[in-house]
Design a binder for this molecule. Structure first.
Ligand SMILES: NC(=O)c1ccc[n+]([C@@H]2O[C@H](COP(=O)([O-])OP(=O)(O)OC[C@H]3O[C@@H](n4cnc5c(N)ncnc54)[C@H](OP(=O)(O)O)[C@@H]3O)[C@@H](O)[C@H]2O)c1
Length: 177
């Protein structure tokens, strides 16, 4: 291990129950936890432990959903991104959604998100170009209008209800990937 020294403040994603691991020493709920170095990172000085504790699961979940080839399979940040398109993050103000907005934005995608109105400014600051209130009765048509003529990124297992609406209302082949 080269990246950390005794006394560093560190956060990490404990992999104890990950099915290929199944190692009690790497479980989170104990005094001393073994963390994989590549799943750990220093905590910036201005971030409290309680805040940092939220990051690993949120970030891992968002990253898996966006970049796992069996899910959305988007180009990862820092890799060439030959594809353009819009990523819709539903629940953009959640810890997972906040991570997803930032990851998709730095990967080069156009991002739109849903959140309550008091969080619209927040999701825009994270990188969403537009924000929509998911409680609004017109939410589906609002997003369909926003996406008209654009290319929405989606995974092969998508069951999102916009699909039917998009097929009916948008420009030809709006769901191509
Ligand atoms: N491994 C996994 O698969 C995994 C891991 C972690 C989380 N998750 C899932 O990811 C989702 C988010 O989890 P989280 O821990 O990140 O949440 P969280 O940080 O606790 O998010 C809370 C926020 O969710 C928003 N929200 C509530 N109801 C909503 C709805 N019907 N539609 C959209 N947004 C809504 C509200 O934001 P506003 O105030 O803006 O309305 C609320 O403040 C959950 O469904 C959770 O089960 C999955």
């Amino acid at each position: 291990m080269t990246r950390f020294a005794a006394g560093d403040r560190v956060l990490g994603h404990a992999l104890g129950i990950e099915r290929h691991h199944n190692r009690a020493a790497e479980g989170a709920f104990q005094h001393y936890v073994v963390l994989a170095e590549h799943m750990s990172t220093p905590i910036p000085a201005h971030v409290r432990f309680e805040q940092a504790a939220d990051l690993p699961l949120a970030l891992s979940t968002a990253a898996s959903g966006l970049f796992d080839p069996s899910l959305l399979g988007l180009a990862r940040p820092g890799t060439p991104n030959p594809h353009t398109g819009t990523v819709l993050v539903w629940g953009g103000s959640t810890s997972v959604g906040s991570s997803a907005i930032q990851l998709a934005a730095i990967a080069g995608y156009d991002v739109i998100a849903t959140a309550s109105p008091h969080n619209h400014e927040y999701v825009r600051k994270l990188g969403a170009r537009a924000a929509f209130d998911y409680r609004n009765r017109t939410i589906v048509s609002d997003i369909v209008d926003e996406l008209r003529g654009k290319r929405l990124r989606r995974g092969s297992g998508d069951r999102f209800r916009l699909r039917a609406a998009m097929s009916a209302n948008c420009a030809p082949r709006p769901w191509r990937t």
